[in-house]
Design a protein around this ligand. Structure first.
Ligand SMILES: O=C(O)C(=O)Cc1ccccc1
Length: 302
């Protein structure tokens, strides 16, 4: 894939975890399209103001980001990839600020939830939620806040000229977020997919869902995720979002053919290559927290 000048829409601003995920997936030479909401990222794709969307779908601690499942269905853009990003959280402030003088901590709710042990140690700190970690760092810089620290990533510290007061304050060092990559139908290149995201309904009858899950098992498909979402206005009716992985594409095809008979409103949201850090062919731009070239020396410029 030639990644030069690809326009990638993210919820949030530059140096957010969404941008970190986009850089990890596409490499350094992308153009980030900053959006105020996840819906706006899909609108940017729809209006051809972006070529791709990178959207968080689940976090190993906070769980599924449920509204984003509904967006997948309502916009029907194909999922063409996924990326897992370790969430490493640092405490940052304006240069010269001492931790003793800090009164407020700002960050995204997911980031805040991941630093509970840190907050237990400093109960006097006032926690302020915002919808983007990088925006918190930027606000400290723009408004020259000397009583506030942000919890964000290394990219944000560099881009917005903040000093890291304490590194890796996340309670669980193995926490990650899974992001999906979406695009227009005409950009889909099917290169040996081994994972699919599906969505379907089953009747409210004994064993209806079990029947579908058994088909996956019979065809040796590994189900890596299942998520249900109530269908608005229909009591006891749900959309089931399921991710399956396979080694043998024939078994996947057989499973899909059989499942069609036992489901309603069956949708393949996307077929793609599963992200496997070990065997990944993706650019390694920010793996292990290496700072991308475009961010080096930003501290002086920002
Ligand atoms: O606020 C950000 O930087 C985001 O991209 C949202 C987010 C926050 C924490 C973990 C994953 C995504």
């Amino acid at each position: 894939m030639k990644n030069e000048n690809l326009r990638v829409a993210i919820q949030g601003i530059r140096a957010s975890f969404h941008e970190e995920a986009a850089l990890k997936y596409f490499g350094e030479n992308i153009q980030t399209i900053e959006c105020n909401s996840f819906k706006q990222t899909f609108e940017a794709l729809k209006n051809k103001n972006a070529d791709y969307v990178v959207m968080a779908i689940e976090n190993s601690i906070a769980g599924s980001i449920l509204p984003n499942y509904s967006l997948l269905l309502s916009y029907a853009f194909p999922v063409v990839g996924e990326i897992y990003l370790p969430i490493q959280l640092h405490l940052m402030a304006l240069p010269g600020v001492k931790f003793e003088d800090v009164k407020n901590v700002t960050s995204h709710p997911i980031a805040i939830r991941q630093c509970v042990d840190f907050f237990d140690e400093y109960p006097h700190l006032n926690i302020v939620e915002s919808n983007d970690t990088a925006a918190c760092a930027k606000r400290i810089r723009d408004e020259q806040l000397t009583d506030t620290v942000a919890i964000a990533n290394t990219l944000a510290a560099r881009l917005y000229g903040l000093d890291v007061l304490e590194r890796r304050i996340e309670s669980n060092k193995k926490n990650f977020t899974r992001f999906l990559i979406l695009t227009h139908h005409e950009n889909v290149v099917k290169k040996n997919p081994n994972k699919a995201s599906l969505c379907f309904q089953v009747s409210n009858k004994v064993g209806a869902l079990a029947k579908v899950l058994n088909i996956f098992a019979e065809q040796s498909l590994n189900m890596s995720k299942i998520q249900s979402m109530p269908i608005l206005g229909k009591r006891n009716e749900y959309n089931f979002y399921v991710d399956v992985e396979w080694d043998d594409a024939k078994q996947y095809d057989t499973a899909i053919r059989q499942i069609l008979k036992y489901t309603q409103n069956f949708n393949i949201l996307g077929e793609y290559e599963r992200h496997d850090e070990e065997n990944s062919t993706l650019p390694k731009t920010v793996r292990n927290e290496k700072v991308p070239r475009t961010y080096i020396n930003m501290k002086k410029m920002s």
